[in-house]
Structures are given as C-alpha cells and as structure tokens.
Design a protein around this ligand. Structure first.
Ligand code: MSK
Length: 663
C-alpha cells in the first residue's frame, strides 16, 4: 500500500484536506500536484518580455551559448526576471502603504471620521524623523503634516527617501557607496520596469544591484511607512493572548473571516462587531454572537492589536470555507486565491471583495470607502448574519486550537527588557555577548504547497533554532505556522528552548519565538536589528550581528522583495525551495559572492531544511567569532547584567502605563 503523504503539519488543516479529498473537493495542494511547474520558467530561463519570444534559453552550455532572439544571454534573462519580481513585491507592499498614508491624512482632516489617531507617542516619533514641528500643535495638525510628508515619499524624484536615515550610519554609507539609496518609492519601481523592458539594461550585475535598490524602497520606505502609520492609527501592538487554528470557527456564532493585508476595514469590522445593535441582530437571527477570525496577514494585524484569533496563513483560506462554518470571508488585497470563490460555491460562505484593485468572479463586491468605513463594515456584518440561516451540516468541523501570544512590536521588545523608564536593548545584546543567546533568526514568509508539508519547514527551523539558543522573530505566514503549532507561549521556552535562551525567556516572561506581525512588518525586524547594532557590543552595523533571515516556504514576489532588502541591509538570507534563477550560475554567483562583498549580505536558495539550519548556525557562529564574542557552548555562559523580570518592572512603575504586558 502506498505511504500516506501528509500535506500539512497543521493537524486541523490536514484533517480538512483529507476530508476534501474524500469528498472530491479540490484544494491548492491537489492543483500543485497536478500542475507541474514549467522547468524553464521555474529556473528563470524563459524570457517573455517582448513578443519575439517567449525565448527559452535551454540546452547544453546554455549559460555560455544560449541567447534569445534579441541576443539576450541567460544571465541577463534570469536577472531581468528576478528584478521584475522584486519590483512587483515592492509595489505591492508600497501601494498598501500609500493607502495607509492617505487614511492617516483623512483621519487628520476629518474626512475619514471613523478613524482616530491612537498612538500619539509614535506620531511624535515619526514627526521628529520627518522634521515636522510638534510644539503647541494638535495631534491632527501634526498627523496631517506627517501624512503629507509620507505621501511625498512615493513620488519623490530626487534625493533619498527619508527613512534611510533610520538605518545605522555605517549601513547608510554602504548604500551610498554603491548608489542604491532609493530616491522615491514609485520612481524605483518604474525604473526597474523600464530597465527590464526589451533592450535596456543588459548587464546582470547592474540589474541585480537595481534589485537591491528597489527592495530598499520597500523595506526602508514602503513597508516601514505602512507599519508606522498602522501603529499610529490603530495602536502599537503589545502582547496579547489568543488562539490559532481553523478550529477557532464556532458552531453557534456567525463566523466572519477577515483576509488579506490592509487592516483599515478589518479594524472597523472589529469595532462594529462589538456594537449592541449588531450583536442583537445576530441573536435575532439565531446565533449566539459574532466570531471574528483572521486569515493571512490581516489576521496578524488584528491578532497583534485586538487578540482576534487567527485561522492561519495563506494555504488555510480554502480550508476554512470547507468547515462549512464561515458565513463570510471578507478580502481586500494580496495573497487571496481566486479558488476561494469556487470553494465557496459548494458551501454557504459568501466571499466579499472590498477593494477596486482586487475583484473576483463569483464574489460579492462591497466597495470599501474610508469616508464611511463603519457603514461599510456594518453592511458586511449584516450580510454575514443574514447568511447564518443558510448554514448546513456540510463540511469538516474540527475544533482544536493552540494558544498564542502575539504582539511584539519593536517598541514592546525595547520595553520588555527594561520597563518604561529603562527601556533598552542592552539586556538582549548582553545575553548574546555572554553566549546565553547564540544569535537571532528571522523566520518569515509564506506557505507554498510545492514545499514539503505546509508549515513543516517553518516549524522544524523554529524549534531547532530555539533548541540551539537562537532567539526567533517571525512574521507573516511563518508566524501563523508557529502559532498554530503552539510554539508561541512562554511555556514553550521551558519545554523546548536551550538552557541559555530559556533563562532569558523566563526572566523576561516572553516566548522564545516572537510574533512581530504581518509580512509588511518585516520592517520591525529592521528596526530591531538597527537598535541592536546601535546599542553597542555587537558591532556597528546590521551586517555585524550574529543573525540570519529565512523564508523557508516562500511563494510571493513580496517575499523576494523582503529577502533582497534583508540582504541589502547586510543579512545572510536563505530561501527554501529551488531558486528562481537556478538556470544561471552567474546570477547565483552575483547574489552570493558579489553581493556579500559589497553589502555584507547574500541570498541563497536551499531546498534542504537541515542544510538551512546548518548554514545558519555556522553563519551565526562566524559572526560571533568576528565580534570576538565568547564561543557559544550550550549551558555555559559568561556574566551579563541582571535582566529585569516582569515583577521587577512592575515594582518600578505605576499601574497606569501604556504597555502593561500580556492581556
Ligand atoms: S500573507 S506574502 S503568503 S507571508 Fe502576508 Fe503569507 Fe507570504 Fe502572503
């Protein structure tokens, strides 16, 4: 008998997948199996930039001999394809950021009356960076100027995007030396599209340096703007307890899944779902209430700020519908499979698109409008409530969930190490210097049905890193994977972390795997890395830190943009699965040897999870050596300052504080 192939390490997801198979329902897992990827396009050797092609650069000695109709070589084709993907990823994050900046502007001018400025401290911090005067001004006036300045970052034609100056000084010099400081976000995306147009940039090295430049317009501009503005409008996250799993969908309540990336409408849904009239309306329709559940990165946004449970990441979207319990799935932009509208046809679920940028055949479209945001949110909730009566017994119901603590903004990471008055990265740096913590790994990115069992590589790496005393920070669907696996509670530290990391986690009261937010919030990892570099003792630059970045189950162009801005920031970055530039050894050489020499970071694609782990730990130890830190030995540490425990911190502070800890 053939051995059963597990498709997901998420037990609840696996049960639903098996149920779907037994009932003849197709999922992304089946389609991935049926549709083998084109090996030529998959490895970057197909050029379809003009209509003399598509040209397939294959055959013996393709690297040296193959050329397209125009004469483009394989390295040029592979580099061009790669740059286009990075530009698209940057465009996605940054267009999301633009919408957030406009929402801030309209909140400030009163044109979007349902939005308020919730984090005034963060607004002032941004005003300071952007040189907006604050003295004697209302928060609305400051917010208007901040928003207007941020909006100029998109169309700026000359100079440098403003947030570049938030990077360590040494890093800024590297970027200036290599001419990769972005001028304006849109300008870099447009230029990348121009360069890759037929007959423009024909030098793989030049094309790939441009990939780093355009990615910096994502990490240190678009994504960073989005994270900061979202915090100002909806509050800077702090740890909150919640649950993770598709099993969170309830039998006796109206289940509404909020899915996508832009948090504005989801925030309104959260607020409106607590209105007594809406709850009464749900009860009148036979339900015991409204159960809001997140999906993908919208999930991460509302989990971090409100403790709304997450049903999981990218590959769980069809599966949530197959429970038969979702009255509505509301989507906006990015990572939304058109397949959900087809899956929903077999159940009672209403798929509701809300952005003019993202419509879908067979879905209901309710256009989001920030000028009447709550009204739109009420309309969506009423539609879901009306649909409750249409629920049948069809579907696979599994009610297992895992506890999760999420909401580690960089501000909270700062606070948790010293309290409100002594907030600092000193304890973390000291713990690394003493060898108690070996290093830091950022495990981020998507799920991909072509890579092992869903979540399995995220889970494997997260656990192996913490066993090896490596602190893990995670975002996006990587964070959802760890949450569903139950790795995100302080208790996990006791059970699985190495002795040094365990002590640190116990002292501070944190999990060894920290949930930092949505995929756009990888900018928080840049801020954390900058603060570590600037705190002292671990070099002067992000490139000096004993740290790695990994996207083990990636699929999105956004992941490539993130990977490139990590590299450009000096981080050794590893992607799981095969390389999208596998066909060209020259391109692979540039991304590793040349990039490392110039910017300190490099990008590798490594399909084997054990190899990813091995190379990551070797890199962390190499960086420790270069910093002349104590050699890492499990269970043997140097002496560092005493960490401030949660109890110590409480003694130091009054009860009314902005960041009062886990809710
Ligand atoms: S949702 S970009 S699958 S992390 Fe941000 Fe997940 Fe990747 Fe989409």
């Amino acid at each position: 008998m053939a051995e059963k192939v597990i498709k997901s390490a998420d037990k609840v997801a696996e049960e639903i997948i098996e149920w779907a198979e037994a009932h003849g329902l197709e999922t992304a897992f089946d389609r991935a199996e049926r549709l083998k990827p084109c090996p030529i396009g998959h490895s970057g050797a197909c050029c379809k930039i003009c209509f003399m092609g598509p040209c397939r650069l294959v055959g013996q000695d393709a690297e040296e001999k193959a050329v397209g109709t125009c004469g483009a070589t394989l390295p040029v084709v592979a580099a061009r394809n790669f740059l286009r993907m990075v530009a698209a990823g940057t465009a996605a994050h940054s267009d999301h950021a633009r919408d957030m900046a406009y929402t801030l502007l309209e909140a400030a001018t009163g044109e979007a009356p349902d939005f308020q400025i919730k984090d005034v401290q963060k607004l002032h911090k941004l005003a300071d960076i952007l040189e907006v005067p604050t003295e004697g001004r209302t928060k609305e006036d400051i917010a208007r100027d901040v928003a207007e300045k941020l909006i100029t970052q998109f169309g700026q034609q000359k100079g440098e995007v403003s947030f570049i100056k938030r990077a360590p000084k040494k890093r800024q010099e590297v970027w200036r030396k290599w001419g990769i400081v972005p001028r304006g976000i849109d300008r870099e995306v447009v230029e990348a599209m121009h360069r890759t147009n037929m007959g423009v940039d024909q030098d793989p090295d030049n094309l790939l340096m441009n990939a780093l430049k355009v990615s910096l317009a994502d990490g240190w501009a678009g994504s960073m703007i989005s994270t900061d503005v979202t915090d100002i409008l909806f509050g800077t996250p702090r740890p909150r307890r919640s649950q993770a799993s598709i099993g969170i969908l309830k039998e006796d309540e109206v289940n509404v899944v909020v899915h996508g990336h832009e948090p504005s409408l989801a925030e309104m849904i959260v607020e409106v779902s607590q209105e007594s009239e809406i709850i009464e309306y749900a009860k009148k329709n036979g339900a015991n209430g409204i159960n809001l559940v997140g999906m993908c990165c919208t999930a991460n946004e509302v989990l971090m700020r409100h403790g709304i449970p997450t049903a999981g990441g990218f590959l769980n979207q069809e599966l949530a519908i197959m429970t038969g319990l979702a009255e509505a799935i509301m989507v906006d932009v990015q990572c939304i499979m058109p397949a959900i509208a087809q899956a929903a046809k077999k159940f009672h679920t209403k798929v509701i698109t809300t952005s003019h940028k993202g419509k879908m055949i067979d879905a209901i479209h309710i256009q989001y409008d920030e000028h009447r945001a709550k009204e739109v949110a009420r309309q969506i909730l009423r539609l879901a409530i009306d649909n409750y009566k249409n629920r049948t017994t069809e579907g696979e119901r599994v009610h297992e969930t895992s506890p999760v603590i999420a909401g580690f903004s960089h501000e909270y990471i700062d606070y948790m190490q010293g309290g409100r008055f002594r907030a600092s990265f000193r304890p973390l740096n000291d713990a690394i210097m003493a060898g108690r913590i070996r290093g830091v790994a950022g495990i981020v990115g998507c799920n991909n049905p072509r890579i092992a069992a869903q979540d399995s590589v995220h889970d494997y790496l997260a656990i192996e890193f913490i066993k090896n005393d490596v602190l893990v920070v995670t975002t996006g669907c990587g964070a959802a994977a760890c949450a569903k696996a139950g790795f995100m509670t302080p208790e996990t530290a006791l059970e699985m972390a190495g002795p040094g990391l365990r002590e640190v986690c116990e002292a501070i009261g944190i999990p060894p795997i920290l949930h930092l937010g949505a995929c756009v919030d990888n900018s928080r990892i840049l801020t954390v890395a900058t603060q570590m570099a600037e705190e002292g003792g671990l070099g002067e630059d992000i490139a000096d830190l004993p740290a790695v970045g990994i996207a083990p189950e990636w699929m999105s162009e956004k992941a490539l943009a993130i990977g490139c801005y990590f590299v450009a920031s000096g981080v050794y970055t590893i992607f799981g699965s095969e390389s999208p530039v596998e066909a060209s050894s020259e391109v692979k050489r540039i991304m590793t040897e040349v990039w490392e020499e110039r910017v300190g970071g490099k990008l590798e694609f490594i399909p084997d999870p054990e190899e990813i782990l091995k190379k990551s730990l070797e890199h962390i130890d190499k960086k420790r050596d270069a910093l002349k830190l104590r050699k890492y030995e499990p269970g043997r540490f140097g002496v560092e300052r005493k960490l401030l425990s949660m109890a110590d911190r409480r003694k130091l502070e009054s009860p009314a504080r902005p960041h009062e800890g886990v809710k």
